[in-house]
Design a binder for this molecule. Sequence first.
Ligand SMILES: [Zn+2]
Length: 598
Amino acid sequence: MAYVALYRSYRPQTFSEVVDQKAVVTTLQNAIVHNKVAHAYLFCGPRGTGKTTMAKIFAKALNCEHGPTPNPCMECEICKGITKGTIPDVIEIDAASNNGADDIRQLRDSVKYLPSVARYKVYIIDEVHMLSNAAFNALLKTLEEPPKYVIFILATTEPYKLPNTILSRCQRFDFQAITDDGLISRIKYVSEKENLKITDEAVKQIATSAEGGMRDALSLLDQVISYSTNNEITIDDVLQVSGNVSSLDLYNILFNLYNHNSVKALELLENLVEKGKEIPKIVSDLTIFLRDILIYKADSTLVNNQIFSNKELESFLKTINNSIIYKWLDILNNTNNQMRFSNQKRMFLDLAFLKMSDAKENEENKLLERLNMLEYTINNLETKIANSKVQQNVIKEVIDPKEILALHKQNEQKNNKPEVIVTDVYEEPTENVFQTDDGNISIKTINELLNASTKEEKEKFLKQWPILKIKYSDNVALNMLLNGQIVAACKEGLIVVLQDEGFCDRVMSYPNYIKVLEILQTIEESIKSFYVIPHNIWLDIRLDYKKKYDAGQTKPILDYRVIPVKLPVKPIISNDENNELEEKLKDIFGETLEIKEN
Ligand SMILES: [Zn+2]
């Protein structure tokens, strides 16, 4: 006797044998019980989820000699006949190969004749989305007013390809991909019936590879049985046949990428390719593995991957940060998209590995940046505390960048770095206003800089930009600045536009501002200040400037306004703290002292 594929011999014959799809089964059974059977059904869903199987069981339920019944007897001639495929009234049509209008016209003609042995004529049209437009039109007529004894069941994996006229005439059922548990229990059931020895790991791997399709799962089991020479089927057999990559190999790759050992990771990749693993499969396996890691980290009981009980992996999982995993997933996802349209699949994966091995470094830079911010905040707080103890008369201070610079230079000459720069006295703004009372930059400053700006100066900075990038790759604030666009430059100053408002604040904050200014002075010694302006604000300024320029002003004067970018401001003692101070003084002297302001 010819060999019958497992997925054929273990095709469910009754509703109760169907794996998952509870909603579909219940609705169809109820339709029979309540005598509400429609004349056209549409079964949609991924391949191998049991659409045609369900259609045949439904045909039995309708036509069983003891029916119509929600539970066909499986004993009568009709039930047996439908199982064997010998009942002429249950007609299976594969629309992939019979997709012309003529085929459908033939079908339409046959609809006229009464069923020969059964109660209903059931037309099961598989892959219905493959029909031509003419064929759909021919089908439409019949679907609209079929004879009472005719039932259509259309099955498709791609319902969106069907015309609305067809969709609106069918009762639609959506089949879900079969769950891993559903697949696992069925694979185990079949293995038992076939007297197979198979490890749990292997069963799980088959279920994962099948991606929700029962037909794929049982076909793979079939292939593994013919491949395996062992007594017992193991996960290695499954991996060899499916082309999947083992979790251990995936872990080794990721471990090396995490430790910046991209050379070793590329070597491992080469080994896999030599073993015949396909690049897209490796990418998808890596993606699934990373997803499993994320789930495992959230709740270790949700993942039943053997490898996760490995001690070495456990420590890896403890150190790896979720944000790196997300970044890796992004990189793999992009790689997947790029590969789709290219023959150079291997090259894209090589590049992805290099990026993945760098991802952690970028992440570390971010951490470093946060650390810097924290350090700055702590310094700030310390100054604040020191100030509130010592000084009685400081209300608010604003650092003049020229002054900071002078102090800084002075200190440099003394060859010792300033620990905390404090100016005790708040200076009245000089004529050349750098900022307004609240510390914001005034438009006047920007205006003057724009008018003094020259093309030569701008080019001078532009030329040095890439060099700075390499030279100071560890200076986070500078790198934020370098990612911006130079819009104006003169001997004394520079304006850079950044997309991100938060980045502007970072660059303009103390002590970042000073460090960056110093570096800029290596390009133009005379530069005194620079400004980083958010993109949206710059657009307004530029428009205003251009309007005035076009109107004939050679050195336009911009409309007065304050730009909400703050220059480094020294810690401010809040009113609350002042009140506290007052209260303390009152305790000591028994009266309120007037706090002098300079
Ligand atoms: Zn029957």
